[in-house]
Write a protein of this length. Structure first.
Length: 222
């Protein structure tokens, strides 16, 4: 009678099981993302309350199943905290959500390490940050101006450093910056483009997915 698998054979079995679990979690994330986008498009509050809190935990579980780096799991779970807080329109919840995302950006910066990045890209992100803050500043509530400025600096740094991991992570960082800038224009009470909430969620979901893909791809070289 054969005993349980051990050694290399057991490792291959565990690897295949982990691979199947990771694929299932990725599919579940895609389904939740589609459900969230549809809920936003049709303005279903109930749909958003159900779908949005599922997004980042599923993506974090996928990373864990892939045995990805723990700071990436932490960044995604902090994003989940931000998502949940931003379901409320209360100013305190907005600040708490921004704090969660700021902590997540610190996790991303830890992952990016000291990889080389382009100087011209640093100049571009720096100018974009200064211009955006200068334009938004008069419309921001007084109590949010400094927190938004500090958060924006951290976000721009994350987006810039993400480019050091390649196209996927770089695109993810840029989309994260775009998504949060759209949110900030709403806080500053700028005129909003059509379907702005849909664009915010679409760019945010794509940003987190691309950052995850870029980090997992670059992981063997870290």
């Amino acid at each position: 009678m054969a005993g349980p698998a051990s050694g290399p054979a057991a490792g291959r079995v565990d690897e295949r099981a982990g691979g199947r679990l990771a694929k299932a979690l990725l599919v579940a994330f895609a389904v939740a993302a589609l459900a969230e986008l549809v809920a936003v498009a049709v303005d279903s509050r109930t749909g958003q309350l159900l779908a949005k809190p599922m997004l980042m935990p599923l993506l974090a579980a996928y990373v864990a199943a892939r045995r990805g780096p723990r700071p990436l799991v932490a960044a995604l779970l902090l994003g989940w905290g931000g998502d949940v807080f931003l379901l409320s329109s209360d100013d305190g919840a907005f600040l708490a959500g921004m704090g969660c995302f700021a902590a997540g950006h610190l996790c991303y910066l830890t992952l990016f390490g000291r990889r080389r990045t382009r100087v011209d890209l640093a100049v571009g992100y720096g100018l974009l940050l200064l211009v955006t803050l200068a334009l938004l500043w008069p419309g921001l509530p007084a109590e949010l101006r400094v927190p938004v400025a500090v958060y924006s600096l951290l976000l721009a740094a994350m987006a810039y450093r993400a480019s050091g991991l390649g196209v996927l992570a770089g695109a993810g960082g840029a989309l994260f910056l775009l998504s949060d800038t759209l949110i900030a224009t709403g806080v500053a009470e700028w005129p909003q483009p059509p379907a702005v909430d849909l664009w915010i969620m679409l760019t945010y979901i794509a940003a987190q997915a691309l950052l995850t893909a870029g980090i997992l791809t670059a992981r063997p070289r870290t």
